[in-house]
Design a protein around this ligand. Structure first.
Ligand SMILES: [Zn+2]
Length: 173
């Protein structure tokens, strides 16, 4: 299978440091920013141990990244409760995206290490990419920068609300 979520924009590659640590890590930066900045940072959900953020350079509409707050690069380094929380957050994201985007399928996965295509190898994140029949023409649509920013802020509002509703529903049950 092709790497569906390899960093395909030079802008994205150039914006990353070679280490991706600390202040240079966009996941840590978004996680540590105050929640008032979540809309700008495209954060759509904050759990106890993990959070969900939209990919600023999406492969497809609804492309999310789920990551632990902790800056750790290897899936094998996660503590058991963190690994559990990571998968639970992926499950939540899939349920939310089914409601908001009604995809025909998903690609869910992670790239460990730069060689494997990880744009940010030091902070693990799981890509969740909704897929539709015949969705291969999405990337050219996103080539227009103005459209991307409007599109992303609209998606952020829609997804943040849907995550909040999903949490409310699960708390009622
Ligand atoms: Zn980080």
């Amino acid at each position: 299978m092709k790497q569906l979520w390899s960093p395909w924009r030079s802008q994205y590659i150039e914006s990353l440091s070679h280490d991706g640590v600390g202040a240079d890590c966009f996941l840590c930066a978004a996680a540590q920013a105050p929640p008032e900045q979540d809309a700008d940072n495209l954060v759509v959900h904050r759990g106890a141990l993990c959070f969900a953020i939209m990919n600023r350079y999406p492969y497809n509409s609804g492309h999310l990244l789920v990551a632990p707050y902790r800056h750790v690069g290897d899936l094998a380094e996660l503590a058991e409760h963190e690994a559990h929380a990571l998968i639970e957050t992926v499950q939540l994201a899939i349920r939310v995206l089914r409601r908001t985007h009604a995809p025909h399928g998903f690609n869910v996965g992670t790239n460990l290490g730069r060689t494997a295509g990880a744009g940010l190898p030091d902070h693990i994140h799981v890509h969740i990419v909704p897929r539709w029949n015949g969705d291969t023409n999405f990337m050219p649509i996103l080539a227009e920068v103005k459209v991307i920013s409007e599109f992303l802020s609209h998606e952020q509002r829609k997804l943040a609300e849907a995550f909040a509703h999903a949490i409310e529903r699960s708390n009622r049950n």
